[in-house]
Design a binder for this molecule. Structure first.
Ligand code: KG4
Ligand code: ZN
Length: 326
């Protein structure tokens, strides 16, 4: 691409824009949506309205900070799935309008593929094949990535996502939404062995958090809040780590990567570092602002897709879009 590519992320409750040129992230900006704190969860119509309100001013801030002129853009990539349909529609129509006005190409980007692409900014850069753990509020999966083609899902969750389970228990503890980070803070004062939780999917591949979530909510009636937070956090991380180790041992990898909001969790990060050490694998953790939803990761994936001619139409929204369909 002869100029910077803009990435647009509006699939859930963060409005993100990012600029990438020749594989290098120039700048990115995320605007969160505090409106969802009051409702203790994302209301899709409210999220879509917030994206619409944020996009123009966020673009102006991004271009100003990156010292890039609108007319310099060489292409626009936008998340077209998976995600909330109304939110995807806002992002894709805004991106299409912008690109049409500028006369530059557009590309639809898979949100999961975008998350994985955030690992490109790690230093040192990852080597391939890479085993990637994606753990966010909406997704939990183990992904194989060769760095060139689309990443491939190895296993996913049967029910809830890891972040969703953490958020639900945080909510019962009165910590607000999203509660993962607050639960981690409360957990620091608790005993992580105080409340026993089972290890889901023992001996099987894949994730399941709904049983843990129910057990966690039930335990809230009797356990001390900090003990429950610590024990539940341990149980969620233990499950994530056990399944990651299962895949790490099953075949040859050049490294291990972690993306998604839950990757900010200290217990998970320390567990992954130890896992990497046991298996002789380098562990790649992108900075927190690129591990959570953002436009930089979309731009990183979009620039590659445009260069490879992998032109997914932006007006074809895919609220459910497994990586295999990319
Ligand atoms: O990737 P993300 O920003 O958005 C989604 O695509 O969902 O992830 C948000 C999730 C929420 O469930 C939030 O509670 C969780 O990441 N999270 C954490 C931490 N920080 C954010 N979970 C555990 N520990 C944290 N420090
Ligand atoms: Zn995400």
């Amino acid at each position: 691409m002869p100029g910077p590519v803009l990435g647009v992320e509006t699939s859930c409750d963060d409005t993100g824009l990012g600029l990438v040129m020749a594989g290098r992230l120039l700048c990115h900006k995320v605007r969160g949506q505090p409106a969802h704190e009051a409702t203790l969860g994302v209301v899709p119509q409210v999220a879509a309205a917030c994206h619409l309100e944020a996009l123009d001013s966020l673009l102006a801030e991004l271009l100003e900070e990156a010292k890039v002129a609108l007319g310099d853009l060489a292409g626009v990539g936008v998340t077209t799935g998976p995600g909330l349909i109304g939110c995807l529609a806002v992002g894709s129509s805004w991106a299409l309008g912008l690109a049409t006005g500028l006369g530059v190409p557009t590309v639809g980007v898979n949100h999961l593929e975008a998350h994985v692409n955030a690992l490109r900014v790690c230093s040192p850069p990852p080597e391939f094949p890479l085993l990637v753990l994606l753990a966010s509020g909406g997704h939990t999966a183990l992904i194989a990535w060769d760095g060139e083609g689309p990443p491939r899902t190895l296993c996913t969750t049967r029910d809830d996502a890891a972040g969703e389970a953490l958020d639900k228990v945080a909510r019962v503890l009165g910590l607000g939404f999203p509660g993962g980070a607050k639960l981690e803070r409360l957990a620091a004062a608790g005993d992580d062995m105080a409340v026993p939780f089972p290890l889901p999917m023992r001996g099987r591949s894949g994730f399941s958090f709904s049983g843990l979530k129910t057990a966690g909510r039930r335990a809230a009636a009797t356990a001390a809040p900090a003990d429950l937070a610590a024990s539940f956090q341990r149980a969620v991380c233990r499950h994530l780590l056990a399944q990651t180790e299962r895949e790490a041992a099953a075949r040859r990898w050049a490294g291990l990567g972690v993306v998604g909001g839950v990757a900010a969790n200290g217990v998970l990060r320390r567990g992954l570092m130890a896992l990497g050490k046991r298996h002789g694998l380098p562990v790649h953790l992108p900075p927190a602002d690129l591990a959570t939803d953002n436009g930089g990761m979309v731009a990183l994936a979009a620039e590659r897709a445009l260069a490879a001619g992998r032109l997914v139409p932006v007006d074809e929204l895919r609220p459910r879009w497994p990586l295999e369909m990319a």
